[in-house]
Design a protein around this ligand. Structure first.
Ligand code: UD1
Length: 367
């Protein structure tokens, strides 16, 4: 039997922990020839290379080096570069993950060349088309041939949009696989020295354009975080986008007015970051992935967004949507124990998603 060439598209930080378990599951099989395509949307070592090293991923087979830019520049740049790769050495299947610009770009290239395309983490919807990721999700799910969903709400969203159920297969949440693959290393890693082991802390991450790109909302959030820091120490792991805005809006001094109560850190590689997650008393974030990781780990999560594409983290998990106005009261609720308690993780968030995806791919490709 000839081997099937499978492209796994890796672009930005939240993609790497989704392709790693799938790479390992597929790479072990005799019918696959798995190749990693890095589009270069994230390129700093601590946003990309460190994740490859820690997740045991090989160097990418192709590096498109697209870098930063406007949405059209990034999406168009990836399409032009990736089309050349596919025309030169046509794969049998392309797997795109998540909702970043490279996801929709590579799905467009593959489907227009009639190369079977699979979307991992399909069906998530925030209902908010002002988020670039929502556009990427809608467009990718409209064209990909096979849609791997993480949860029943994703299946329902696709059904509601009229998607043929034959295109949809629920495989579970692959990010949980990465946690389980590396759990021992994560638990055996020390917290960064500046965090120490003494007082409890809340882990903070922010990077959504709506929270950080304009001065007024970011200033508001920084002021609220200073209030929260009077109740619990904050470990703020700042995305490059956020760090650049904190500097250009002169907000770093306002943050440091809380002294040792706010520890500001650079983006951390996967193992250190997950150690920070596991050691935290609560999470304050606008990230998509952290809403799921905190639900799986049973850690309270306060999400600074008006909506979420991951509602199961609210209905079955530890997540709540908060605003700058309600943040402080919600933090109090976590600290005094009056908040809802975690239940068991959602169905199929069990560390075995990559195995189910590999089985599904074998059937799909008739391998
Ligand atoms: C992207 C994704 C978002 C995801 C996030 C996780 C899209 C539309 N957005 O947003 O869904 O949640 O990644 O991080 O695809 N930068 C660096 N070094 C890097 C990468 C970026 O300094 O390695 C800087 C860029 O120059 C830019 C900023 O960070 O100023 C934002 O990067 P970009 O990739 O445009 O979007 P993200 O905000 O990271």
């Amino acid at each position: 039997m000839s081997q099937k060439i499978i492209h796994l598209i890796a672009a930005a930080r939240p993609n790497f922990m989704k392709i790693a378990p799938l790479f390992h599951a597929l790479n072990d099989l005799d019918w696959t020839d798995v190749r990693i395509i890095h589009t270069g949307q994230h390129y700093d070592y601590n946003m990309s290379g460190a994740f490859f090293d820690e997740l045991g991923l090989p160097s990418p087979h192709y590096h498109l080096e697209v870098g930063s830019g406007s949405h059209a520049e990034q999406t168009g740049g990836v399409m032009i570069a990736y089309e050349k790769v596919c025309v030169d050495a046509r794969p049998d299947c392309v797997v795109v993950v998540g909702d970043v610009n490279s996801t929709v770009a590579c799905a467009m290239v593959a489907t227009k060349l009639w190369i079977p395309c699979v979307h991992l983490e399909a069906g998530l919807r925030s209902g908010d088309r002002s988020m670039p990721e929502e556009i990427n999700r809608l467009a990718t799910d409209a064209i990909a041939d096979l849609l791997w969903t993480p949860s029943p709400d994703a299946d329902e969203n696709l059904a509601h949009e009229g998607t043929d159920p034959k295109r949809v297969e629920r495989v579970g949440n692959i990010m949980i696989d990465s946690i389980e693959l590396l759990r021992e290393q994560i638990e055996g890693t020390a917290l960064p020295e500046s965090v120490g082991n003494d007082a409890p802390y809340a882990l903070v991450t922010l990077h959504r354009p709506s929270n950080v790109d304009e001065k007024e909302p970011l200033q508001r959030l920084v002021n609220e975080l200073n209030q929260v820091a009077k109740k619990i120490r904050l470990v703020f792991v700042a995305h490059p986008r956020t760090m650049a805005r904190l500097k250009s809006f002169d907000l770093l001094d306002t943050l440091s007015s809380s002294g040792d109560q706010i520890v500001l850190l650079e983006p951390a590689p996967y193992i250190t970051f997950m150690r920070l997650v596991m050691g935290s008393a609560m999470i304050i974030t606008d990230s998509g992935g952290l809403q799921e990781e905190s639900t799986y780990l049973g850690i309270p999560c306060l999400t600074l967004r008006p909506n979420t594409e991951r509602p199961i983290t609210i209905t079955e998990g530890t997540n709540s949507l908060v605003t700058p106005e309600t943040l402080l009261a919600e933090v109090d609720g976590v600290l005094d124990g009056s908040r809802k308690k975690p239940t068991s993780p959602p169905d199929l968030w069990d560390g075995k998603t990559a195995y189910r995806a590999a089985e599904s791919l074998k059937r799909f490709l008739g391998a």
